[in-house]
Every structure is written in structure tokens, then in C-alpha cells.
Ligand binder design. Structure first.
Ligand SMILES: NC(=O)c1ccc[n+]([C@@H]2O[C@H](COP(=O)([O-])OP(=O)(O)OC[C@H]3O[C@@H](n4cnc5c(N)ncnc54)[C@H](OP(=O)(O)O)[C@@H]3O)[C@@H](O)[C@H]2O)c1
Length: 302
């Protein structure tokens, strides 16, 4: 007989999934990975590809979880991204419904075109990138099922330890590549020190986002798994910022050289990325007890 409620974290090997696994105290915990078998303790691990409908069905039927948190498949996942996001999402949500499990699925602020910002759950998505389009289609398919399900849209996910990918990408720009040595101090020319010809990395100032710390998002997802809220929910940080400001804050926090980064404009990059994707999270802040802090709560002065 089971003594505690069972949770299945799909994508437990990812940046966010790992935090959900670490925070899921009191659950009988199962988690999945695809290519990277984690050693995170406290969970029973299963390999799962969500594009394989039979495999998803089989695993969920065998575990019969009370709740599923579906964090898998980000914009850097391998293979056919659209199939993994849309079909994979459907497979997970259908399997959850088949065993009466509550399902929490992750989406993104990039379902919006970024022309206005401060988007609420009522604003219609209008994605301009393939990843955002796939997530918007996944949302639509899942919400149409009318099952016990919430779709959480979030923004840039940040993790300091172990360093998550957004933090690592910026910190990498703030460091001369060789052994943390400044070229001048090491008696090296910038190219010898691994700097790309002494080039400073440009970080966008016109892409506005509401970054969220991964452990707080994980706690919010676990809380949401115990509530009966259904539908879309925006869960992101309370501070509006851009990557250049994040870069300056990270330089200060890690004592790195802020002159190695420079402000740049997404609008002039030719990339056609959504600019202001800030999320209005007042519904989540009213619903959840989990505290969500801004970037500066952790990156402010040590
Ligand atoms: N990171 C952000 O800033 C951000 C922003 C907005 C929304 N989100 C959303 O938040 C969620 C978590 O993002 P993240 O950055 O933590 O992702 P991540 O670190 O890239 O992790 C992705 C996870 O999905 C698994 N995965 C990939 N393809 C799969 C497939 N076909 N079947 C099963 N598992 C698969 C990976 O497994 P392996 O590693 O074992 O291969 C990994 O566990 C995603 O849904 C993402 O779209 C992220």
C-alpha cells in the first residue's frame, strides 16, 4: 500500500526538473530523463521519450501517479522539437487523464509576439518563432482536453548552483576563457586568452523578460500540483529586466569584468525575436503561497 502521494516529474534531468526533484519532499517521487541519467537522490529514475505515445502510456499506467509535472522539452531539446512539444505534451496529458492524475505542463512567454508586454492569461498568443508556435499549439491542445490540468507559462529560468544555461552563457561572456585570468594580468593578448579577438559579447537591452529562480518556480509548481486550479497560469519573477542588466548584476555578484559585455539591440540583430514578453503574474501571486523573488533578491549586494 502506498503511504504518500506519488509524483512523476517528466524531464527531471533538466535545469528546472532537477529543482522540482530536489524540492519534492513528502512525495513518493519518480522522475524521467532522456539522454542524461542524473544522480539526483530521492527519486526513482526512468528513461522516457515523450514522443513515444506507448512508452508514456506504459510508464504512467505502471506508476499511476497522483500528479505529473511535465517540464520536459525546452528550445534546446534534440530531434523534432515540434513533435516533442506538441505530440509529447498530448501524450503526457492524455496518460495523466487516463489514470486520473493532475497534470502541470510548462510553457513559455515566447508564445507572445512581444509587441506589448505585461501579458495576462487572457491575452491571445501570437508566436513569431517556431519554438513559441509549438508551445502555443501544445497549450491549445492540452487546454481543449478539459482535464485536471494547468499550463504554466514562465520566463527566463535562472539557477546559480549548479549554474543554469542562461546564467552560464552570460558568465562565460564575462570571463576570459583561460583559467579565469584577465589577459592583461596573465601577460596574454586577448586572442591567446581565449577571447574572441578581444570582442565583447553584446547582450540585448530591448528584450524584456521576467526571470525567475528555478528553485522558486519548482516550489510553485509543486504547490500548484496540490491545488485544483485549471487552465493557464503565468508564473515568473516580479522584476522586469534584460540580459545586459542581468550581465552587469552577475558581473558584480561573481566579481567578474563587466567591460567584457556590451549593450546590444535584438531589434537590430536581424533575429526577429519577440521584444517585450513580460508576463503579468498577479493571478499566480494571489493564488500561490510560494514566494517569488526578483533577480536582485539574490544578485543584489552580497
Ligand atoms: N529555461 C528557460 O529559460 C525557460 C523559459 C521558459 C519556459 N521554459 C520551459 O520550462 C521547461 C523546463 O526548461 P529547462 O530549461 O529546465 O529545460 P532543459 O534544461 O533543456 O531540460 C529539458 C528536459 O527535457 C528532457 N527531454 C528533452 N526532450 C525530451 C523528449 N523527447 N522526451 C522526454 N524528455 C525529453 C531532457 O532530458 P535529458 O536532459 O535527459 O535529455 C531534460 O530533462 C521547458 O518546458 C521549457 O520549455 C524554460
Amino acid at each position: 500500500m502506498r503511504h504518500s502521494r506519488r509524483l512523476l516529474v517528466i524531464g527531471g534531468s533538466g535545469e528546472l526538473g532537477r529543482q522540482v526533484v530536489l524540492a519534492a519532499h513528502g512525495w513518493d517521487l519518480h522522475a524521467t530523463h532522456l539522454t542524461r541519467r542524473p544522480h539526483t537522490p530521492g527519486a526513482t529514475w526512468h528513461r522516457l521519450d515523450v514522443t513515444d505515445r506507448q512508452a508514456v502510456h506504459k510508464l504512467v499506467m505502471s506508476l499511476r501517479p497522483d500528479a505529473i509535472v511535465h517540464t520536459a522539452v525546452s528550445d534546446r531539446s534534440p530531434g523534432d522539437l515540434r513533435a516533442a512539444i506538441v505530440d509529447g505534451g498530448r501524450h503526457v496529458a492524455q496518460a495523466a487523464a487516463d489514470v486520473g492524475a493532475r497534470c502541470i505542463a510548462l510553457s513559455t512567454d515566447l508564445v507572445f509576439d512581444g509587441r506589448r508586454g505585461n501579458y495576462t492569461e487572457e491575452d491571445p498568443p501570437n508566436p513569431i518563432m517556431p519554438y513559441g508556435r509549438a508551445k502555443a499549439d501544445m497549450e491549445h491542445a492540452l487546454l481543449a482536453m478539459g482535464t485536471d490540468l494547468a499550463v504554466v507559462r514562465t520566463s527566463l529560468i535562472l539557477t546559480l548552483e549548479p549554474m543554469g544555461r542562461h546564467v552560464a552563457w552570460i558568465v562565460d561572456a564575462l570571463r576570459p576563457a583561460k583559467a579565469g585570468l584577465r589577459p592583461a594580468k596573465a601577460g596574454l593578448r586577448p586572442a591567446q586568452a581565449g577571447l574572441r579577438g578581444g570582442e565583447r559579447r553584446g547582450l540585448f537591452t530591448d528584450e524584456l523578460r521576467c526571470p525567475i529562480w528555478s528553485d522558486e518556480l519548482a516550489a510553485a509548481l509543486l504547490e500548484l500540483a496540490t491545488l485544483d486550479y485549471r487552465g493557464l497560469l503565468h508564473v515568473a519573477g516580479p522584476e522586469v529586466t534584460h540580459r545586459y542588466a542581468l550581465g552587469l548584476a552577475l558581473a558584480d555578484y561573481f566579481d567578474l569584468d563587466p567591460t567584457l559585455i556590451k549593450p546590444a539591440l535584438s531589434a537590430e540583430s536581424g533575429l526577429n525575436r519577440p521584444l517585450d514578453c513580460t508576463l503579468n503574474c498577479s493571478r499566480a501571486y494571489g493564488l500561490l503561497k510560494t514566494s517569488i523573488h526578483g533577480v536582485n533578491a539574490r544578485l543584489g549586494k552580497k
